[in-house]
Design a protein around this ligand. Structure first.
Ligand SMILES: [Ca+2]
Length: 484
């Protein structure tokens, strides 16, 4: 995030009215009955059997609540505001990650800045209070990493476990502007890096281990940081893993020209301050451009001023978004879907919101959320166009799910259903193993009438699929045959 830039933008362009009448997707309030959140900046779900959502507030409080649309109750999971920096736009409690074995060990990790003993960033482990899965123990802090911060901005902040079980940590270049200390290119400092550590072991005096595949794991130079995974990062505010393709998507906030997205499959030098996105920035002392790994995509100031990284979509509600990277810009409020496959990259606008976007979130079903940075911030979820169409104006006498038509089909078929009264309905398609393959209608309230929905099996193999129809009073299912 870059709040100074935003202030400038608001002052300079406050008279511009944004319209977006033809948007196909929109971000709608996900939990309208919950109280608002004060500067929410991270959303995570623990890898356990619960369906809880955790929201991180910048000044040191973590809330949790159940992931149901009607939820109205939340509770405090952790309050470390006593040690978290209480002022500054890029400082505070910035990131949360649950240990992959959280269900058994109760460990979770945070990235925060503090003023105790100078301006510092800390990576710390906490654990649950004994016998209480809903309460973190504030006295259980084990500090893993402490980094001195030369300026208040560019602290990075994101922490997350990769599919390899290692903890990844984002630190910005230390701040000011233009990386005056050239720290991102300096492998003797943690600043301007993504770090990768093994929290399940120890290494000498360290409270963690060094993964043997880290690029400097075997270095004999005593001052080189073995924790480094990538360097040349300016201020990676958010990164995430696409577990399906085993890739790391990092959104690096730019200086004055370009916001960039890196797909990290290998450690290395990602360019800053020699390059800002694809453009040279300050090439003094830099090597040939082949020394640097360039982003898969960058965008100019006309689109935004501070990228907020999101997630690769792996949900079932919108199969057309499958595998696309959903992200946004803190300053412009725009959200996009980036397609990056087989060496081709394209970017499509999802919706231009009027939110200051601090973060995205992903629930266990793979559906996506957006966090509004505000003293009264809310959580929004991605909604696509409705997949329900009325057939006629008649009022049927009974609930009914009809056999799909055509059947067999390739690749699209229609599913008709009837409601004798206003009902909340769900229409979902499963494969024969019981795995959900597509949500056609999700808990939508409809008036009495006859409707149809369309199912597209374009990305699915031939076979039998089960269409399941649920209302509060009636349930039925039909077998559908996809024949390619
Ligand atoms: Ca770069």
């Amino acid at each position: 995030m870059n709040f100074q830039k935003t202030l400038f933008l608001l002052v300079a362009f406050s008279f511009v009215i944004v319209t977006n009448s033809d948007a196909q997707y929109s971000w709608v309030s996900a939990f309208p009955n919950l109280p608002t959140f004060s500067r929410p900046i991270d959303m995570k779900l623990p890898p356990d059997s619960t369906n809880r959502i955790f929201i991180v507030q910048q000044r040191g409080i973590i809330w949790y609540f159940m992931n149901t649309p009607t939820v109205s109750v939340r509770d405090t999971f952790l309050n470390i505001s006593d040690r978290v920096e209480q002022s500054g736009s890029e400082t505070g409690l910035l990131g949360l990650a649950f240990h992959p074995d959280f269900a058994n060990n109760g460990y979770f990790y945070v990235n925060y800045t503090t003023n105790s003993g100078g301006r510092l960033s800390r990576i710390s482990r906490f654990n649950l209070e004994a016998g209480n899965p809903n309460k973190g123990d504030e006295s259980s802090e084990l500090i893993l990493i402490t980094v001195s911060q030369p300026y208040s901005n560019h602290n990075g902040g994101c922490v997350e476990f990769g599919p390899d079980g290692y903890l990844y940590i984002a630190f910005g270049d230390g701040g000011s502007g233009g990386d005056p200390g050239n720290r991102a290119q300096d492998v003797t400092t943690f600043l301007g890096k993504l770090l990768r550590i093994d929290v399940d072991t120890t290494h000498g005096a360290l409270n963690y281990g060094i993964p043997p595949t880290n690029p400097f794991a075997d270095t004999t130079a005593s001052n080189v940081k073995k924790e480094i995974y990538t360097w040349g990062m300016r201020n990676t505010w958010k990164f995430s893993f696409d577990k399906e393709l085993d890739s790391l998507w990092a959104a690096d906030v730019g200086q004055t020209a370009r916001e960039e997205i890196d797909v990290i499959r290998t450690p290395g030098n990602y360019g800053w301050r020699c390059y800002e996105g694809f453009l040279p920035y300050n090439t003094s002392g830099c090597g040939p451009s082949s020394n640097y790994i360039f982003p898969v995509f960058d965008y100019p100031r006309s689109e935004g001023i501070s990228i907020t990284g999101g997630y690769v979509y792996r949900g079932t509600k919108y199969p057309e978004l499958q595998g696309k990277y959903i992200y946004g810009d803190y300053g412009s409020g725009k959200t996009w879907a980036l397609t990056h496959e087989n060496g081709n990259t394209s970017n499509a606008l999802l919706e231009e919101t009027n939110f200051s976007i601090s973060s995205f979130g992903q629930d266990k079903a793979g559906e996506l959320y957006l966090l509004q940075y505000s003293s009264s911030g809310r959580i929004y979820k991605l909604e696509g166009p409705s997949n329900v169409n009325p057939v006629n104006n008649e009022t049927p006498s009974e609930y009914k799910l009809n056999q799909n038509f055509p059947n067999p089909f390739n690749p699209v078929t229609k599913i008709n259903f009837s409601l004798p009264e206003s009902s909340k309905i769900s229409l979902k398609v499963f494969d024969l193993s019981g795995k959900l393959v597509q949500t056609l209608v999700d808990n939508q309230t409809l008036n009495a009438g006859n409707y149809f929905s369309s199912f597209n099996g374009d990305n699915l193999p031939s076979g039998i699929y089960i269409c399941r129809f649920d209302t509060e009073k009636f349930s039925d299912s039909k077998r559908m045959v996809l024949l390619k």
